[in-house]
Design a protein around this ligand. Structure first.
Ligand code: CA
Length: 377
């Protein structure tokens, strides 16, 4: 069996309403999707997390080394991609390109073997996963705390047991927004905050101390990801768990994060950090340090499905009779690509997502939608 073709596509969709976070504004969705076809006619789909055009260039760089390889040998293919990129990029976009191809290969392997990816990863250790709604970005057009409160109320009414909001605008406003959202959703829904590394250590401590009273599930990327020691210091100054790692690549990046005792929760993005193959190495590494793994997920149904299969296979650490909720990030911001590209029964219902036993990543891919949104060169 051989890899016959690798094709990549840049999809773009202008948003009806732009939104922003602490770093920049989103006015469109743009993503690089990869299609891998075997000589048996089977197809697998992957996507990369990050700037789509650069990821596409990375995929095109890797493709000639992979045509003719056995698609079932995911580790062999991974290893070739890794060694071909190591000298130029031990982290960053080339690793995202590798990740996109790796995710597509796992989907393809599942389709060829007619088995769900969770089974190929070693088995499903849980049937359902708790999605936390990611949203509550910043928008214009009214009082922000009112807008955020309305959005939080919608998630609560839809049955979400957890949600994550943006902070990082300015501390005073953040505190007010967090207060309003907590009051809106009541005490029983988990609430997380994400600053997208907007703050320095002093500011992060100030915000953490001010919002501790609102029972925050975790404080994500409070500080720039380079400052490992400052993350470690922040952990000693707050009882809120600290999360990070969406900007780390490969097990080596996570080793640095774990060794420096920077975070309580690591957040590898499967479509950036080395694909499912590497995520399966990062998870046991985190378990050695007793640190939780909750993947970062952003993008289309491909990325979400890959994360769902991965999380369903993760070990529960520590084991106990009634294990805690196992979370998956579930972006709820406007994204037609996410809604239209894949058809899946893995959707949130009453605050849970049931894991599919369908082959591969468990979705049907709509190629008409792919072509509708593909940028023409
Ligand atoms: Ca984040």
């Amino acid at each position: 069996m051989k890899i016959k073709a690798i094709e990549s596509f840049i999809l773009s969709d202008k948003l009806k309403e732009s939104f922003y976070f602490s770093q920049w504004e989103y006015s469109e969705r743009r993503i690089c999707i990869v299609k891998v076809t075997s000589d048996t006619g089977h197809v697998g789909w992957g996507e990369g997390y990050g700037p789509a055009g650069v990821i596409k260039a990375g995929i095109e760089f890797l493709t000639p080394f992979l045509i003719g390889l056995n698609p079932l040998e995911t580790e062999v293919v991974w290893s070739i991609m890794y060694h071909r990129t190591l000298d130029y990029a031990r982290s960053g976009i080339l690793v995202s390109a590798l990740s996109a191809i790796d995710v597509a290969l796992w989907d393809l392997k599942g389709k060829i073997m007619e088995q769900p990816v969770h089974l190929l990863l070693g088995g499903k250790k849980r049937d359902t996963i708790t999605p936390y709604a990611t949203g509550m970005y910043f928008t214009n057009g009214g009082k922000l705390s009112d807008i955020l409160s309305k959005e939080a109320k919608q998630y609560a009414e839809l049955g979400y047991k957890a949600m994550k909001m943006k902070v990082g605008l300015c501390i005073e406003e953040d505190i007010e927004n967090v207060k309003v959202v907590r009051e809106t959703i009541g005490p029983n829904i988990a609430l997380m905050i994400d600053a997208n590394h907007a703050y320095n250590l002093r500011e992060a401590i100030q915000l953490a101390n001010a919002v501790e009273q609102y029972n925050i599930g975790w404080f994500e990327e409070p500080i720039s990801p380079e400052y490992y020691k400052q993350y470690a210091e922040l952990r000693t100054k707050t009882s809120i768990p600290i999360a990070g790692g969406e900007c780390e690549y490969l097990r080596f990046g996570f080793q640095t994060l774990l060794q420096s005792k920077s975070v309580d929760i690591i957040q590898p993005d499967i479509c950036a950090t080395g694909g499912l193959t590497e995520a399966k190495r990062i998870e046991p590494l985190a378990s050695v340090y007793g640190v939780e793994v909750i993947p970062n997920t952003w993008g289309t149904g491909i990325a979400i499905s890959a994360a769902l299969h991965f999380v369903s296979n993760m070990d529960s650490i520590p084991g106990r009779l009634k294990p805690p909720n196992c979370f998956i990030e579930y972006d709820r911001t406007e994204n037609r690509l996410r809604e239209e590209l894949t058809i899946t029964d893995m959707v949130a219902k009453n605050g849970e997502i049931k894991i599919s036993d369908k082959p591969g990543l468990g979705f049907e891919f709509n190629e008409d939608v792919l072509h509708k949104y593909t940028l023409k060169e």
